[in-house]
Design a protein. Structure first.
Length: 318
C-alpha cells in the first residue's frame, strides 16, 4: 500500500510510532494492579504528598542494564545496515549517525540521557522482592489499582506503563520493529531538504526511551512494570517540575523528582486533591505487624486514605 504521507508530513508521522509497536505490553490498557516494595519512610512520603518518587536511572544499578541494552541496539543497527534495502546513501547516513550517537553513552556515563523511572511489579507478597526492595522484609508492599497509569500518564513527557522486556531476542525483535516502522513512515520525505541527522536524532530519542523498558533476563521473575519520564534536557525538566532532589543510595548520589510537583498538574486545580490509587498495604514478613498496622492506619486515616486495606504478609521469612 502506498504511504499516504509525503515530505514534512511523512517525517512528522514518524514521531508517533512508539504506541504502535508490537510486543510491547502497554499495561494501562488492561488496568492491572501494581505493587511497589519499599520502606516505611517512602510510604509516609507518598501518603503525605500524594506523589511518587522517580529516580534517575543512570545513577542506579539500572545503569548497567541501559548500557547493555545500548549494545544490543547497536548490534541490531549493524544488521540493518547490511540489508540490501538499506544500502542507499540516505539510509546509510542516517544509520551511521545513529550509531555514533548510541556509542557515546556506552563510553561515558555523562552521555546517558536523564531518564527518571518508577518501578512496580504485578507480583504481590513476593519473597525475592521483599529481600531486594522491601528493606529485607521490614518494609511494605503497596498495592495500586489500575488508575495509577491514568494519573501518571497525564504528566508531561511520561510514557505509558509498560511491562519490562527481559529476553534478549525479544528486545532485538522490538528494536527491529521500531526502526523498520520508522523508515516506512518517513521514506516519502527523503527527497526533501531534511538532513540525515534530523532522522537519526528522532530515532535516537525513541530508542533511548525504549531501552528504559529493557532489563537483564536474570530479573524476569520480578515481572516489573515501569513508568519513565524523559527530561530531554535541563530546561525541559525545570519546565515540568518544581524541584530536583538528591539522595544517597549504595554509595552514590541519586537525583529524583516527585510526581506531585509536576507543574502541569499544579496548574490544573482539579489535580490538587487527587489521591494516589492505593488499595492495599501488605506488611513485610519481618515487621512488628500489630504495632505497624496500627500506626499505618493512623497515618492513612489522617491523610484521607481511610478505605485502604492493611494486610500481613503470608510468607515465612528467615
Amino acid at each position: 500500500m502506498k504511504n499516504i504521507f509525503s515530505g514534512r508530513e511523512a517525517f512528522l508521522n514518524g514521531l508517533n510510532i512508539f504506541p504502535k509497536l508490537e510486543n510491547l505490553d502497554f499495561c494501562f490498557q488492561r488496568k492491572l494492579k501494581m505493587y511497589h516494595y519499599t520502606d516505611i519512610n517512602a510510604l509516609i512520603g507518598m501518603v503525605q504528598t500524594n506523589g511518587i518518587w522517580m529516580s534517575n536511572a543512570k545513577y542506579l544499578n539500572d545503569k548497567e542494564e541501559l548500557v547493555n541494552a545500548l549494545k544490543i541496539s547497536m548490534e541490531v543497527i549493524e544488521c540493518i545496515k547490511g540489508r540490501k534495502r538499506y544500502q542507499t546513501q540516505k539510509y546509510q547516513e542516517i544509520l551511521n549517525h545513529l550509531m555514533n550517537k548510541l556509542e557515546r553513552p556506552c563510553l561515558d556515563i555523562d552521555n546517558i540521557p536523564d531518564l527518571f523511572i518508577a518501578s512496580f511489579s504485578i507480583k504481590a507478597d513476593d519473597l525475592s522482592q521483599w529481600r531486594a526492595y522491601g528493606k529485607n522484609g521490614e518494609g511494605v508492599c503497596i498495592e495500586f489499582n489500575g488508575r495509577l497509569s491514568n494519573i501518571l500518564f497525564s504528566i508531561g513527557n511520561f510514557l505509558s506503563s509498560i511491562k519490562v522486556t527481559y529476553d534478549d531476542n525479544m528486545k532485538r525483535k522490538i528494536l527491529y520493529s521500531m526502526i523498520f516502522r520508522y523508515f516506512k513512515c518517513v521514506q516519502d520525505s527523503f527527497q526533501s531538504s531534511l538532513r540525515p541527522s534530523e532522522y537519526s536524532d528522532i530515532l535516537y530519542e525513541k530508542i533511548i526511551l525504549l531501552l528504559a523498558y529493557f532489563k537483564h533476563n536474570s530479573f524476569k521473575s520480578e515481572e516489573e512494570i515501569r513508568f519513565v519520564y524523559n527530561s530531554i534536557n535541563k530546561e525541559s525538566l525545570k519546565k515540568d517540575f518544581e524541584n530536583l532532589y538528591f539522595r544517597e543510595s549504595n554509595g552514590t548520589v541519586v537525583s529524583y523528582i516527585k510526581t506531585n510537583e509536576n507543574k502541569i498538574k499544579k496548574e490544573d486545580k482539579s489535580y490538587l486533591r487527587e489521591y494516589l490509587p492505593i488499595s492495599k498495604i501488605i506488611l513485610g514478613p519481618k515487621t512488628n505487624k500489630q504495632l505497624l498496622a496500627s500506626s499505618i492506619r493512623n497515618l492513612l486515616d489522617y491523610y484521607g486514605y481511610a478505605n485502604v486495606v492493611i494486610e500481613e504478609s503470608k510468607l515465612a521469612y528467615r
